[in-house]
Design a protein around this ligand. Structure first.
Ligand code: TYM
Length: 332
């Protein structure tokens, strides 16, 4: 059965390996058989970025990168979050019934606060906007990395509570994760994340990428000791790029011992370089065509708005907001 698939990426920096192997690779696979909506979450990014040019730049760059990686505008609807204002309206309808406790339990907010990032209201209510993103398109499947699973659970809770009060308005979505790469490690072995400063960017210059790989910290056990590959982040990173056979071969080297991490790093650098080359070439083309990128996004926003307006009307009517007829007048 064809399902509706939806997911988003924040334009808070350059895309990294975690974004690709956790989420974007799924976007590309799922657009083949399903009705897919992918967007650039610039409203979410506004909770952390306070620089107009930076946000504009990152937003354009994420669009270019998604297109270069294989998001295909003839199959998927690709758009910028803020260009579908229906989502912001839906956000209020949902937030009005969302218990404070539900937000307080959200890990992403708690973590940021603990790390001393000044909390703002947007950061706190972030999962409600994310719920609006998902519910606005009657989405069935949400391909993400592990860190977003809690947000999808919250979205389901919010949808259930709205449906309970006002009738069956929203479709309940499900998270889709790829077990093997739901939590890609960064250069330090923690989850790869822009905010941990441990990322390797997908479109990093090849030389800089190699340098970064060669500097990945490794343990200081003697070379000859056998090692358990699954516990090592360098091995986990290698696994993302190589065939099953090569993975087995590298695992055997670990278990045997008597090897230097330098040789594994070199294999990783070679494999990563070869892996990204086609996307890098496509990117060089897209970078020459900013107007075409813009056209893709405008067309995507139009298509996304059609669906979101339908769902917003339904939600407004269900909860007794007169705007249902008003918005129809404006669009007529
Ligand atoms: P964001 O921009 O942080 O990340 C984009 C996607 O990349 C995944 N990801 C990872 N997966 C595996 N390993 C990692 N180390 C790793 N780092 C990031 C994320 O899980 C995500 O799927 N809140 C979202 C954006 C968003 C959204 C939505 C997503 C806004 N509305 C609606 C889905 C549906 C975010 O900040 O993702």
């Amino acid at each position: 059965m064809t399902k509706r698939v939806l997911s988003g990426v924040q334009p808070t920096g350059r895309l990294h390996w975690g974004n690709y192997f956790g989420a974007i690779r799924q976007y590309i696979e799922l657009q083949e058989q399903h009705e897919a909506y992918y967007f650039i979450a610039n409203l979410h990014a506004l909770t952390t970025i306070r620089d107009r040019e930076q946000l504009t730049d990152y937003t354009h760059n994420v669009a270019v990168d998604l297109l270069s990686l294989g998001v295909d505008p003839s199959r998927a609807v690709l758009f910028v979050q803020s260009e579908v204002p229906e989502v912001s309206e839906l956000y209020w309808l949902l937030g009005s019934g969302t218990p404070m406790g539900l937000m307080e339990r959200c890990v992403a907010y708690k973590e940021k606060k603990e790390r001393g990032i000044a909390a703002n209201l947007g950061l706190f209510t972030y999962p409600v906007l994310q719920a609006a993103d998902i519910l606005a398109y009657d989405s069935h499947l949400v391909p993400v990395g592990e860190d977003q699973v809690q947000h999808i659970e919250v979205c389901r809770d919010i949808a259930k509570s709205f449906n309970h009060s006002f009738g069956e308005v929203f479709v309940l979505p499900e998270a889709r994760i790829l077990k093997a790469s739901a939590k890609v490690p960064g250069t330090d072995g923690e989850k790869m994340s822009k905010s941990y400063n441990n990322t390797i960017e997908i479109f990093e210059e090849p030389k800089a990428m190699r340098k970064k790989i060669m500097r990945i910290p490794t343990d200081s056990r003697p070379m000859e000791d056998p090692k358990e590959p699954d516990e090592d982040h360098l091995y986990q990173l290698c696994s993302l790029f190589v065939s099953d056979e090569q993975r087995e071969e590298i695992a055997a080297i670990y278990r045997r011992g008597n090897f230097g991490y330098g040789e594994i790093k070199k294999r990783l650098a070679d494999a990563a370089d070869a892996y990204w080359t086609p996307a890098r070439e496509r990117r060089a083309q897209w970078l020459q065509r900013p107007d075409d990128v813009r056209d893709v996004l405008i067309d995507g926003a139009k298509r996304a708005r059609r669906k979101a307006a339908e769902v917003l009307d339904r939600a407004q009517a269900a909860c007794g907001i007169a705007g249902a007829s008003q918005s129809a007048v404006v669009r007529a």
